[in-house]
Design a protein around this ligand. Structure first.
Ligand SMILES: CC(C)(COP(=O)(O)OP(=O)(O)OC[C@H]1O[C@@H](n2cnc3c(N)ncnc32)[C@H](O)[C@@H]1OP(=O)(O)O)[C@@H](O)C(=O)NCCC(=O)NCCS
Length: 215
């Protein structure tokens, strides 16, 4: 997994991933990373939050930034040190973070591949009609689109500072390890993003990773 991720994530950024165990002493020793108001988080949510923070702190350490406490903004966005962009994702048993001091935006997402049944029941919520046509009911391609849209949201939210939904962007083309997505929003906030954006994807051990880097 590490070698695949290393090639996938590539240059211009630093990253770290954590396999969440049960029990997981590294997580349990860092309960102080939880944010204010998290007393009512379910245990699973506490663990994924901490695992994401551990990854983010270890990624920042690679840039020489030690012990930085990454708070969450009002829309759950992580607050990175000045001059740094970053992103966090977690699934049931894996958390990952990427950071960069060179890029303008970055977003990462990891998802378990959707089963055929789940894909069928969810697809209208996240696919446009053209995407349904493009992927011909393939749940793996469907999961890749779902994940790519979440990566896009995480990358762009700090710039556009507004919510945009799954039908506000459309995947128009798949290549071997990447896809192209175009924003369907016309409002000014999105005017910087009027050309299709490339998003890398990787399938590893029944997980789909997507990554967007904007220079
Ligand atoms: C925010 C969202 C993308 C997170 O995705 P998810 O699969 O539920 O969860 P992940 O584990 O992959 O990512 C969660 C992390 O995303 C990050 N995140 C959450 N909101 C964010 C935002 N507004 N901006 C940037 N990053 C954000 C946080 O670090 C969060 O982890 P944390 O709360 O532990 O810090 C998703 O919940 C959501 O709201 N989606 C709707 C918006 C969307 O995706 N639009 C598609 C546009 S094409």
């Amino acid at each position: 997994m590490k070698d695949k991720l290393s090639i996938f994530i590539g240059d211009n950024c630093h990253w770290h991933y954590h396999l969440i165990r049960d029990p997981d002493p590294e997580i349990e020793n860092q309960m102080d990373l939880l944010p204010k108001g998290s007393d009512n988080f379910a245990l699973k949510r506490k663990h994924e939050y901490i695992a994401g923070r551990i990854c983010a702190q270890k990624s920042l350490e690679q840039l020489g930034i030690e012990n930085f406490r990454i708070e969450s903004g009002t829309k759950r966005e992580p607050i990175w040190p000045k001059g740094i962009v970053g992103s966090i994702s977690h699934t049931k048993n894996l958390a990952i973070s990427v950071v960069s001091s060179e890029l303008a935006a970055i977003g990462i997402d990891v998802e378990a591949v959707l089963s055929e049944e789940r894909f069928e029941s969810l697809k209208s919520q996240f696919l446009t009609e053209n995407e349904v046509e493009l992927i011909k009911n393939d749940p793996i391609l469907g999961t890749i689109i779902f994940s790519a849209k979440e990566s896009l949201y995480k990358a762009l939210y700090p710039i556009v500072e507004t919510f945009f939904g799954f039908h506000d962007a459309e995947v128009i083309k798949f290549d071997n390890n990447s896809l192209y997505i175009k924003l369907l929003r016309q409002d000014n906030k999105f005017s910087l993003f009027n050309k299709p954006i490339s998003i890398e994807y990787l399938k590893a051990e029944e997980l789909i990773f997507t990554l967007i880097k904007i220079s």
